[in-house]
Design a protein. Structure first.
Length: 223
């Protein structure tokens, strides 16, 4: 490492735990529905919804690099960034780059639609999700169809995300996985480190999200 660069903590633990938690519960959700383990599928969906609600809150009150305001840039900025995909250069982004920020939003929207429709869906009219009784069978059937179709869109977005990670590694020589594991990047010394918020604030935000999901399922859900 040269004198002009230093390790910088860019991703806080809550953001990294959210990221890998979503990966884990995405796999659990896919496996459980494939094996017809409906109860586990429901529980996995509740966990994913809790994580999503937490991420929405953390995107507003969390660390600098986790805030939506820090990585949501105009679409043309994302296009300009992608034009340099074949240019091999060091990673100088404190958080998400201009294109990666939009991918994050796309994934969050698709995940939100997936868990949202899942709450109102049914499985062949035999097993009903907690909120299916609030909308009636016909609407539940429609939302179940959307739930199934949206999974294909979500899977496509995940594959695109993985391909982008591989492309950055091969074409640009940038490792995007390690920072999400360790939290650190090697960045120019001239770049200021992001302000990282207290983990206690993240715990509080997660607790509120978990309480909201519990209330939603237990108070409004089918018993």
């Amino acid at each position: 490492m040269s004198d002009a660069a230093r390790p910088v903590e860019v991703w806080d633990a809550p953001t990294r735990l959210f990221h890998w938690g979503i990966v884990f519960f995405f796999l659990v959700s896919y496996t459980s529905i494939s094996l017809d383990w409906i109860r586990l599928h429901f529980l996995s969906g509740y966990c994913m919804l809790t994580l999503l609600l937490f991420r929405l809150a953390w995107g507003v009150i969390g660390s600098d690099s986790a805030r939506f305001s820090s990585f949501l840039r105009p679409p043309e900025a994302g296009l300009r960034h992608l034009r340099r995909l074949l240019v091999r250069e060091p990673d100088t982004e404190v958080g998400h780059n201009a294109a990666g920020g939009w991918m994050v939003i796309l994934l969050l929207l698709l995940l939100g639609l997936q868990v949202g429709t899942g709450l109102f869906s049914n499985e062949d009219g035999k097993v009903f999700a907690p909120l299916a009784g609030l909308v009636g069978r016909s609407v539940s059937d429609t939302l179940a169809a959307v739930h199934g179709f949206n999974f294909n869109l979500l899977l496509g977005a995940v594959i695109l995300h993985l391909c982008a990670i591989a492309a950055y590694r091969v074409l640009k020589g940038q490792d995007l996985v390690r920072p999400m594991l360790t939290g650190r990047k090697i960045l120019p010394a001239s770049l200021p480190a992001p302000l990282l918020r207290s983990p206690l604030l993240a715990v509080a935000a997660f607790g509120v999200a978990a309480a909201a999901v519990w209330a939603l399922v237990t108070k409004l859900g089918v018993h």
